[in-house]
Design a protein around this ligand. Structure first.
Ligand SMILES: C[S@@+](CC[C@H](N)C(=O)[O-])C[C@H]1O[C@@H](n2cnc3c(N)ncnc32)[C@H](O)[C@@H]1O
Ligand code: SF4
Length: 385
């Protein structure tokens, strides 16, 4: 599945601006009323790419992901200049996957050909819902019709595209979600991301929820919605390869796979995270989140780094477990043992197995079951204890 796990190396590029802030979102996204000085940002992106490449030389880039915020607000020339800079400082694989997250409005869809010419070969569209009242409740600026038009344009321009939906929305029933999902699958090609709505602290949805004015489905309905997701997608040939991500076999997002498999990636731009192996030690790197502060930092010292933590073997192994168990393919317990210096506790494995939360495959991989996935945090905590 996906890129060769031994050589994968990804670059995440964060574009931190949006036209408006969605009330559920706690990503590093900012609204600016004055025009963004894209040329100044491009110079800073190039500079940070150069200094990051000096710390992580000799890698071949297998995937690049423009995430946000709303990367589809970038001009195609901006995307092209960033890709050129990556190619200048690193080797790039012939079959590199280059994904760009796009909001599905008509304005953004008109840029798709420009992105393709710049080197993007996959788009991921934030459709979120296929009915207008839900889109309005989620604070989105597009209609369902506009979203489907953007999907059609993506289909005509790119060989690979995906789109996101948010489910477990207030008032959503399993019957409504089954219908919406069927329609989504008929519009999808090879990949869909299906996220359960989470109520994040610091967002307007959090305050509404605390005040009793926003009622997401209760646990039983949320579980039924999750089961519908698995059943409908599997029946239509788009099984989950990760808790929230579904694809035809072989069409998984290679970039996201490298996060979950614990591989190396560089983070470029405001609030980007990276994991780099330098002199045999894994570094967890994070950059300044505020766009203008990041810009000034890069202009002054060449990078926006505000945290560069060296992970010890236990932290490294815990991260491997936490990320790897999100994947349907699970983890190799031997790799966990090699990272942490001790094997997973066989008694805990036996208990979780008896409870039906995990399985051990014939090749010895440890996997969370479909019943175990909704309890993933507890399963990971139990295994890591
Ligand atoms: C940060 S957004 C970036 C993409 C693009 N700006 C957009 O919104 O279409 C990535 C995805 O995260 C998901 N997301 C963000 N906040 C969420 C939340 N609180 N609950 C569930 N999904 C969420 C949405 O599906 C969204 O498409
Ligand atoms: S969900 Fe997407 S468009 Fe909405 S604020 Fe977050 S990053 Fe921006």
């Amino acid at each position: 599945m996906g890129a060769d796990p031994t050589t994968a190396f990804g670059i995440y590029v964060h574009w931190p601006f949006c036209l408006s802030k969605c009330p559920y979102c706690d990503f590093n996204s900012h609204v600016r009323h004055a025009p963004i000085d894209e040329e100044r940002f491009v110079r800073a992106f190039k500079r940070e790419i150069e200094t990051t490449a000096a710390r992580a030389r000799g890698r071949e880039v297998s995937s690049i992901f423009f995430g946000g915020g709303t990367p589809s607000l970038m001009r195609p020339q901006t995307v092209g200049a960033i890709l050129d800079a990556i190619g200048k400082y690193w080797g790039v694989a012939d079959n590199v996957e280059v994904t760009l997250e796009a909001n599905p409005t008509s304005v953004e869809a008109t840029r798709f050909r420009g992105y393709r010419a710049a080197g993007v070969n996959r788009v991921s569209l934030g459709v979120q819902a296929l009915d207008d009242s839900s889109l309005k409740a989620l604070g989105r600026l597009h209609t369902a019709h506009e979203a489907l038009e953007a999907v059609a344009i993506a289909r005509s321009v790119f060989d690979r595209y995906s789109f996101d939906l948010i489910y477990a929305r207030p008032g959503q029933t399993p019957a409504m979600w089954t219908e919406e999902l069927r329609q989504a699958i008929s519009e999808a090609a090879e990949h869909l991301s299906l996220y359960q709505l989470t109520i994040e602290e610091g967002t307007p949805f959090f305050d509404l929820h605390a005040a009793g004015k926003l009622r997401p489905p209760d646990e039983a309905i949320a579980r039924a919605l999750y089961d519908v997701t698995q059943d409908v997608c599997t029946r239509h040939g788009l099984p989950a390869y990760e808790i929230s991500n579904h694809a035809l076999p072989g069409a998984e997002c290679r970039h996201n796979l490298l996060y979950w498999r614990g591989q190396e990636y560089a983070g470029i731009g405001p609030g980007a995270h990276g994991r780099l192996d330098i002199d045999g030690i894994r570094h967890a790197v994070a950059t300044e989140k505020r766009p203008e502060a990041w810009l000034m930092r890069v202009e002054a010292i060449g990078n926006g780094i505000v945290a560069d933590d060296l992970l010890n073997s236990e932290e490294r192994a815990d991260e491997f477990l936490l990320m790897g168990l999100r994947l349907r393919e699970g983890i190799d317990p031997q790799r966990y043992a090699a990272l942490s210096g001790r094997p997973l506790d066989p008694r805990r494995i036996a208990i979780l197995r008896d409870e039906g939360a995990i399985t051990i495959s014939t090749e010895g991989r440890l996997r969370v079951t479909q019943d175990g996935f909704p309890l993933l945090d507890a399963v990971v905590a139990d295994l890591a204890a």
